[in-house]
Structure formats: structure tokens, C-alpha cells
Design a protein around this ligand. Structure first.
Ligand code: FRU
Length: 473
């Protein structure tokens, strides 16, 4: 162990002594950073009978900066164990951040591929075209601790027309070979995905560059490529996409292309880009297959660079962000539908019947299922968070600046809305519409543990379950 490793481990221990349990806005059924900052889900996998969720973590600063990997695991996605911070930026090839990556499970072994971020000093670097190292690293993990780290690719190995921004390896096995996608930014500011291929998990050769016909953003982060119900999906988080009506309203986007043809050759086409989530707080999703062959997605219930548009009140309490609840993906009519994982039903307490057009005051931790909706509907939470379907437009908006912390309004055009499922967790709302045809995720900041709730509709059947918390040890 080098002295940097020792120093970092000591600083994390000290930082994690800070107890945030009394914070009104801590979530109860979401994974959060124990202290400090969280961003992308990393290394999602099912390994030896347990789900593992790693995450980008800055325990030393609620505003981010130096990135580590934090680690949770669970047998049932409800009872969790926090395993600390196995991946530290403590080597010359990752010393300015152990950036995002993925897990490959093979023969009961866990291989973690990630980006070692290095920022060189001493020159007039712009950190786009020069001054930055984006190394592709393989770390082996026994399910608890990291047992080795090896640098596999450096910027010299990537195509020459790229900037230094190359990162976020997602690795999988197919036909006895290994494949890896990396997100990248070209020198003329086009987001692309690099496809690499390997026979031994160590030596990688470039196989293809996957790109859209027209430039769609200057950088594609966190790529994922997988089969879903006979379709090939390329999921990316593009940066630099212009707002178009109700589309692409956040600072950065996350979404997918259905890819026709063969992504291993130039013989492919990308269909229309579709956003995965239409709320204010969603980015950098990653998927994995579990032992039941479910394609499960988790995202960051947050975004980078949201200030000055909106913010999170938890920063002043020493932490920020969470992961979304995991969602199961399926294709319906050439579109990805997202359903909250079934396991969440185990958190349901006794069901309450909520009548239409009456106000209730409830603990702000519940699931609300609204079925048989006719015409327009308005759901009001905490008096000023409005969830509405009217004139073929589904909208989430905040009528009060404090409650939304600057969040305003997000909408999607929808030709019908007969079912809405809401998960509300003290400072987060996730809305699943029409069995996951559209999803909105947001943070909000009520000032009390109890909030008012009211549903305005004439026909809907409403079920509300107060929810138990995750157990985290
Ligand atoms: C996405 C991202 C990734 C990067 C990581 C760093 O949010 O920017 O591209 O690996 O976060 O924390």
C-alpha cells in the first residue's frame, strides 16, 4: 500500500464519521452517498448470488471533485450492505479520479473496467485536446476488495482524431469474445462511441466507431450496448444537444438509439434518439442482466453542472445526490418501457384508499398507483409540486421556487394517460406513466416530513402504500 492510498483511506474514514441521519431530505429507499457526493452507477452486476452496485463517490466534498468508487451489495435489492470504498485514485494512471466503468462476471470472477483520469499540470493545457489522460483500467475484485489494477489502454492507443475525452468502458462477452464500448469526443466536437474487441480481456483492438449521421452533441458519455427483446440498443449520455421544444431540456441528456444492422461493421443505422427520462434529475444510466435475465437499469438521480438553473438543498448538509430506483427494461412497439423492480413491493405497508378531490396529509415516503384515469388529471404534492396530464401533454412543474430549488417545468407529449405510478421518498419523486412508457425523475425539498397530497380526477382508482425503508448495514 503506498502512502497516498493510506492517506486517502484515512480521510474517507474521517469524512464518513459525519452522521447525516437527522437530515429531513435523506432518502429511505434509494442508495445515497454515506457523506459527500455521488454520481454515476458503476459496475452493476449479479455476482455469486448478490447484486453489486458501485457508484461514483466523492466522500470528501459534497460538490464532487476527486472521484472514488463506493460499493453496496444486496441479495434482494432491499436489504443492503455498504462495503466502503474499494477503488481509490491512488496510482499514477488514475490519480485524478477513478472514473466510471462496468463489471464483467466470468467463472465466478469479477472484472471491473474503468477510466483512470489524470490531469497533468505545469503547462497551458485546455484539458480537452491536451493535458488529460483517459486510461482504460482493469481492476479485479473478489466481491469485496480490489485485488489488482492494470492499465490496458492510454490516449496513445485511441484513434488520432479524438480529443483526450475518452471514457466509461462498458464490457460484455459475446460468442466467446469480449467487447467494450467507450464514449468519446472527436477533435471537431462530435460525440462518438468506440467499439473494442478482445480475446483475453486484456489486449484490446479497435473494431469500429459508432456514430450518428449528423452530429448529436460534442461528447457521448457512459455508453451501453445491449440486446433487448430482439432489438440492439445503444444507450448514451450526450452533452451539447440543443433544446428542441419539450425535448432535451436538461443541461445534458440520457437516451438510446435502436440500432439496425451490424454494429461491428459500418453496416448499421441508428434510428431516432429517445430520452430515457423526462424529469429534472437523471443522467448516466447503466444496465446489466441479472440471474433472472432481467435487463435492469439504474441511473444517477441527478445531473452535473445544474447550477445556475437549479440546485440541491442537501449540499449545505454535507451530501448530494442518489441513485434512481432500479428499473426493468422491455421493448413495446419499438420503444423502451421501464418498470420499477418488483422487489419494491416488499416495502409496501398497509394500503390506504385515497379519494379523488380530497386533501390528505401523509408521511412523504410512499408509492401511489393511479389507475383508470379519465381525461385530465392533476396530482398536487406538498401544495406546489404539480403533476398533470392535460390536452395530450404530461407535465411536472413546481409552482414554488423553494420546493423545486429552481426547478421549473418539464413536459412530454403523450396521446393517452391511463395509469400513473409515483414513488415519493422525502426529497425525490419518480413517476412511471402508462406502465413505463415515459418516466420523470426529480428531486424536491419539502420543509416537513409530512406533505399534503391531492388527486383531481373523476374516475381514477387510487392506491397508496406508505413504504418501509431499505435496511442498510
Ligand atoms: C458522467 C461522467 C462520466 C465520468 C464520470 C466522472 O456523469 O462525467 O463520463 O466517467 O462522470 O465522475
Amino acid at each position: 500500500m503506498n502512502s497516498l492510498t493510506k492517506h486517502l483511506e484515512k480521510s474517507i474514514k474521517l469524512a464518513e464519521k459525519n452522521n447525516l441521519h437527522n437530515d429531513l431530505w435523506r432518502l429511505s429507499f434509494h442508495l445515497m452517498p454515506p457523506v459527500g457526493w455521488l454520481n454515476d452507477p458503476n459496475g452493476l452486476c449479479y455476482f455469486k448470488g448478490e447484486y453489486h452496485i458501485f457508484f461514483q463517490y466523492s466522500p470528501l466534498n459534497a460538490n464532487g471533485e476527486l472521484k472514488f468508487w463506493g460499493h453496496y451489495k444486496s441479495k434482494d435489492l432491499i436489504n443492503w450492505q455498504y462495503l466502503g470504498v474499494p477503488l481509490l485514485p491512488d496510482q499514477p494512471f488514475d490519480c485524478h479520479g477513478a472514473y466510471s466503468g462496468s463489471a464483467l462476471i466470468e467463472d465466478d470472477k469479477m472484472y471491473l473496467y474503468y477510466t483512470g483520469n489524470v490531469k497533468y499540470t505545469g503547462e497551458n493545457y485546455d484539458y480537452i485536446n491536451n493535458g488529460r489522460g483517459s486510461n482504460t483500467i482493469l481492476a479485479t475484485c473478489d466481491g469485496n476488495v480490489i485485488t489488482s489494477k492494470k492499465c490496458l489502454l492510454t490516449n496513445d492507443d485511441y484513434p488520432k482524431n479524438l480529443t483526450c475525452h475518452v471514457r466509461d468502458p462498458k464490457v460484455w462477452k459475446e460468442d466467446n469474445q469480449y467487447y467494450m464500448v467507450l464514449g468519446a469526443r472527436t477533435k471537431d466536437d462530435k460525440g462518438v462511441v468506440l467499439l473494442y474487441n478482445s480475446l483475453d480481456k486484456i489486449n484490446w483492438t479497435l473494431k469500429n466507431i459508432i456514430e450518428s449521421k449528423n452530429t448529436f452533441g460534442y461528447m457521448w458519455e457512459c455508453p451501453d450496448l445491449f440486446k433487448l427483446d430482439n432489438e440492439t440498443i445503444l444507450m448514451i449520455s450526450p452533452q451539447g444537444v440543443e433544446k428542441q421544444g419539450y425535448k432535451y431540456e436538461n443541461i445534458y441528456q440520457s437516451g438510446y438509439y435502436i440500432l439496425d444492422g451490424d454494429y461491428k461493421t459500418s453496416n448499421y443505422t441508428l434510428n431516432e434518439f429517445t430520452e430515457i427520462d423526462r424529469g429534472f434529475d437523471f443522467y448516466a444510466p447503466q444496465t446489466f442482466l441479472d440471474n433472472n435475465n432481467r435487463r435492469i437499469l439504474a441511473g444517477w438521480l441527478g445531473l452535473p453542472d445544474i447550477e445556475p438553473f437549479y440546485t440541491n438543498k442537501t449540499i449545505e448538509n454535507g451530501w448530494q445526490h442518489a441513485l434512481t430506483i432500479p428499473r426493468v427494461l422491455n421493448i413495446v412497439d419499438k420503444k423502451i418501457y421501464q418498470q420499477p423492480i418488483e422487489e419494491l413491493k416488499n416495502l409496501r405497508k398497509d394500503k390506504l384508499n385515497i379519494k379523488n378531490n380530497e386533501e390528505y396529509n401523509l408521511d412523504c415516503c410512499f408509492e401511489l398507483l393511479i389507475e383508470d384515469i379519465s381525461n385530465n388529471i392533476t396530482i398536487t404534492l406538498a401544495d406546489n409540486a404539480i403533476i398533470q396530464y392535460e390536452n395530450n401533454l404530461f407535465t411536472l412543474k413546481f409552482n414554488n421556487k423553494d420546493l423545486g430549488c429552481g426547478r421549473t417545468s418539464r413536459s412530454v407529449e403523450l396521446n393517452h394517460c391511463n395509469k400513473i405510478q409515483l414513488f415519493v421518498d422525502y426529497s425525490s419523486i419518480e413517476i412511471f406513466i402508462n406502465d413505463g412508457e415515459e418516466v420523470f425523475s426529480t428531486r424536491f425539498y419539502p420543509t416537513e416530513k409530512n406533505i399534503n397530497i391531492k388527486i383531481n380526477n373523476s374516475t381514477s382508482k387510487n392506491s397508496l402504500w406508505p413504504l418501509d425503508s431499505f435496511s442498510i448495514i
